[in-house]
Design a protein around this ligand. Sequence first.
Ligand SMILES: [Zn+2]
Length: 60
Amino acid sequence: MTGTCHCLFAHPANDEERAALAADLKNARHTSDLVSVQILLVRLTTAGSCPARRTKGANA
Ligand SMILES: [Zn+2]
């Protein structure tokens, strides 16, 4: 159980959301929507550092 993501760029909280983001990214690339591509990439690549995603016992 994790908290809700409150980041500026909302992060995917589970595999389903991650898959949806990846699909959006693919579509944005296909339509040459570079702004969306950048935002989606940020959301995907920074998800690992999301506070809401952090779980107890994570090794530093
Ligand atoms: Zn987040």
